[in-house]
Design a protein around this ligand. Sequence first.
Ligand code: 8YV
Length: 331
Amino acid sequence: MSKPRILIARKIFPEVIERLSQHFDVEANQDDMLWSDAELTERLKDKDGALTTGTQPIGAELLAACPRLKIVANMTVGYNNFDVAAMTAAGVLGTNTPDVLTETTADFGFALLMATARRVTESEHYLRAGKWTRWSYDMFAGTEVHGSTLGILGMGRIGQAIARRGAHGFGMNVIYHNRSRLAPALEAECKARYVSKDELLANADHLVLVLPYTPESHHAMGAAEIARMKPTATLINIARGGIVDDAALAQALKDRTIAAAGLDVFEGEPAVNPWLLQVPNVVLTPHIASATVKTRLKMSDLAADNLIAYLAGRAPLTPVNEPAHPRLSRN
Ligand code: 8YV
């Protein structure tokens, strides 16, 4: 019997390709070409499965054109590149990579918070430019982190991991808002207090966004929401571009209606709103919150495990949907 065929849509660890090759006929993209939707569709026409990152949109048109496709395994926890309803209707399973990146991403959320509050990159640019000639009492004086109020919008696994760091590591007063409130035991463990979104915006000294990107969360932080924040506050986005209105944020940073921002994700990335590049009080990183070698390997391994299990007729490890009429009949 011939092996199922899979496509690996972006460059990936060679050892993961090797492992997948033991189970599948693999087409890999080690040249890391950025394919158009049409090119991706063309390559998926004869495939049973795909390993994708967050930048390959999987929608109804592609699914209709690729009748053999049974599973798309995203190497991400967020899967807003999936049209889940279309995948479910087409009988195609989607999987993601939760848990394995939680602590690493929370570490980075904190790194960005600290860098933003304490003006790490701004001061480094100053030093590198040879402008540091003397000490001054207010040189790059930032905002306090320990003991301050940490606000978290979106309290899933990563939000909780950030809350623990803030509460237990930095003695912060943690408040959060989420679609649903955490169970009391989990709230106690995270030392986090549930508040309304308005209260969160008004009281956070550092506001970290960790919610999924959906039509409802588009511009959850727009001009009106940013205006409700304290003028001394910082805003950190490690969730998805599009949750923040980047143009409104750039204006607020320029006008100093908030103190600073730290952004790892952007509307329309890898393009960055040019106004954000003009303001000094923002730390900008290129979507690297989960980027440690160990974690990226765990993410690719989990995506591979999902493909191996499902295409062998076993249960997937981390499905995001449950097609009523899957294209693959399982044992
Ligand atoms: C990925 C992410 O690296 O997992 C996610 O949701 O945002 C990152 O960890 C990125 O999406 C890869 O495309």
